[in-house]
Design a protein around this ligand. Structure first.
Ligand SMILES: [Zn+2]
Length: 75
């Protein structure tokens, strides 16, 4: 598993926006960096999402927190 990307978005099992199985549609780093993910990719749980002036973070109770800065989206 990619250590540099947050686990909640790196696994790609579930679509991080819709919560459906990702299937052939794997979210890439670019759209993930622009819009907060709402669903944890490895487990499908709905994450706590917080917007910030410089980006966002999202937290899964099992897989931890990921932020836009972690995905290289910081401008
Ligand atoms: Zn999770």
């Amino acid at each position: 598993m990619a250590g540099n990307l947050g686990a909640p978005v790196a696994a790609g099992v579930y679509n991080v926006y819709t919560g459906e199985l990702a299937g052939t549609v794997t979210p890439t780093a670019a759209p993930v960096g622009l819009e907060p993910p709402r669903v944890c990719a490895p487990c499908g749980r709905r994450m706590v999402v917080q917007g910030r002036p410089d980006g966002w973070w999202a937290r899964c109770s099992r897989h931890g927190q990921v932020g836009s800065a972690d995905l290289g989206a910081r401008r």
